[in-house]
Design a protein around this ligand. Sequence first.
Ligand code: G1P
Length: 292
Amino acid sequence: MPCVRKAVIPVAGLGTRVLPATKVMPKEMLPVFDRPSLQYVVDEARAAGIEHFVFVTGRQKYAIEDYFDRAYELEATLQKKSKTAILQKLQTSTPAAGSCSFVRQQAPLGLGHAVLCARDLVGDEPFAVMLPDMLMVSDPPCLQAMTRIHADHGGNLISVEQVPASQVDRYGIADFGEIVAPGVRRLSGMVEKPASDQAPSRHMISGRYILEPGIFDLLETQDLGAGGEIQLTDAMVRLMDQRPFHAYEFTGRTYDTGSKLGYLEAFLALSVSHDELGAQAADMIRRFADNL
Ligand code: G1P
């Protein structure tokens, strides 16, 4: 099975649900404790063996490109002051030279269109799509588990997890066929943002995908779907007619940082699990909660 070397990370969204924080700052750069939320997603990708990151950006997203570049002046200053621990952290958080590409999504035409913008940079090989609003915490990390499943089963794969019935209209919702391995099921359908009485299940498409390059031809001819946008889900439904499609039932924790409360929850959860400061952060949160 060809391995998954490239990840497409759509970062063109305007972040309207977290305004005004995102008025001049890309939402993906908002810190979750001590690093931008996007760093967690890139780290998840690297843990899965991803070698090349394709960021689909938009206007006012310059900070993302700068963040994943080396910062020579800063590094030289840290070196001079012998701040080696933080210098090392900075260096290891930066992807290798030449491993990031940036392409602009020129108009907000939807997730399907964002993925289509990466076509030339992905080429003719299976690739991952990672939605950076969704911070997924688990051991092994979600995409790593998925690349292992993909190595065994090939085809196409999405991560899914259950949401309350009241939330199905916010997400793509999956429908299932038989179980093919523990935690892996054949997909029989998908629908983008269904009304709750029309949802085929309560399993949302949670933001990690491994797709075959055949998706691009379908995206190119995809009609507008939910919200008047070109939906990745709709093109995946068509791909499902031609190719095997599986769902991985993710069992870790997912935080949707695209909303204010989801962002707060991610911030708290990743603070208390921080390797150096987690215990102190937990004490602080407990003291704060006791005074509410
Ligand atoms: C997108 C996808 C949807 C998925 C969701 C996860 O929706 O279209 O299928 O469930 O991400 O966050 P969006 O959040 O862009 O509306």
